[in-house]
Design a protein around this ligand. Structure first.
Ligand code: HSE
Length: 291
């Protein structure tokens, strides 16, 4: 038997669409695997009522098949589905690491990234690795076709999750297929700034680098109260705020001393527009760990 905890993640961070990701210190999924003749899945925890237990339809079924590792898999969800916090990636990454250990497959964490991404294809139709990479490797990650680069960073964050469901599929439908060159240049500048900020553990640079004008404005329309909540967080001391992943969570960067104030400002602003929400006071964290 093996048990693995894998963290929530945020990917994208505004400017790094489908490329940047971070592991969040909390929340997390916990996955336990035991050898079996065929794969069966049991799901408990946050939002488990919306997650299919059929191995053909659950992300971890695809991971078990890719590793040729049939097992009874128990998923205890800490990351709500359709939250923009890498819920499916947390389960996929945890299952990949746990099954790799259970069956002595010998893959490195980096080698497990494309395997865990097979699970992502089940939910979003595409095998993205921008969430599974930080869920496995931890820190800030840059996922591109040639592989993944990961660095550790000390950055305080607030992830604010409203009681709104936005599926990754729907959020991808609103992404424009073309962009204006001025906006592309702006995004490259932001992305470079954000990456330097992560390498320096500098919340000012990371916050500045979240500014993005191509994907984020289209997705913000799907989130009731986005602009009010963003403004409230910035006023409370956040250095940058953007849509976390495909949404509806918002991710704010701030200094350590401002984190509690930013979290409560975001919750108040959602409440003012009639939306229940919860805020995770978190930070860039480690990748999946064995329990
Ligand atoms: N980066 C993806 C998106 C999320 O923003 O649509 C899942 O990989």
């Amino acid at each position: 038997m093996r048990t693995v905890r894998a963290p929530a993640t945020s990917a994208n961070l505004g400017s790094g669409f489908d490329v940047f990701g971070v592991a969040l210190d909390r929340p997390a999924d916990v996955v336990r695997v035991e050898k079996a003749d065929e794969t069966t899945i049991e799901v408990t925890g946050v939002g488990s009522q919306y997650i299919p237990e059929d191995p053909e339809k659950n992300v971890v079924g695809a991971v078990a098949e890719a590793l040729d590792a049939p097992a009874h898999i128990r998923i205890d969800k800490g990351v709500r589905p359709s939250s923009g916090l890498g819920s499916s990636a947390a389960s996929s990454a945890a299952a990949a690491l746990a099954l790799n250990g259970l069956y002595d497959r010998g893959y490195s964490r980096r080698e497990l990234v494309p395997i865990a991404a097979e699970g992502e294809a089940v939910v979003s139709g595409e095998a993205h690795s921008d969430n599974v990479a930080p869920a496995l490797l931890g820190g800030f990650t840059v996922a591109r076709h040639g592989g993944v680069t990961a660095v550790d960073a000390e950055i305080p964050l607030v992830a604010c999750l409203p009681e709104i469901a936005v599926s990754t599929r729907d959020a991808r439908r609103v992404v424009p297929s073309r962009a204006d060159m001025d906006d592309v240049v702006h995004t490259v500048g932001s992305a470079a700034t954000l990456a330097v900020g992560m390498c320096r553990s500098d919340p000012e640079l990371v916050g500045a680098g979240m500014d993005e004008r191509i994907v984020t404005p289209a997705r913000a329309e799907l989130i009731t109260g986005y602009h009010d909540v963003r403004d409230a967080a910035l006023e409370a001391g956040a250095t940058g705020v953007t849509v976390s992943g495909a949404g509806p969570s918002l991710l704010a960067v701030c200094g350590d001393a401002d984190r509690a104030r930013v979290a409560s400002a975001m919750l108040d602003a959602f409440e003012d527009v009639g939306v229940d929400a919860r805020a995770y006071q978190t930070k860039v964290g480690a990748g999946a760990t064995f329990h």
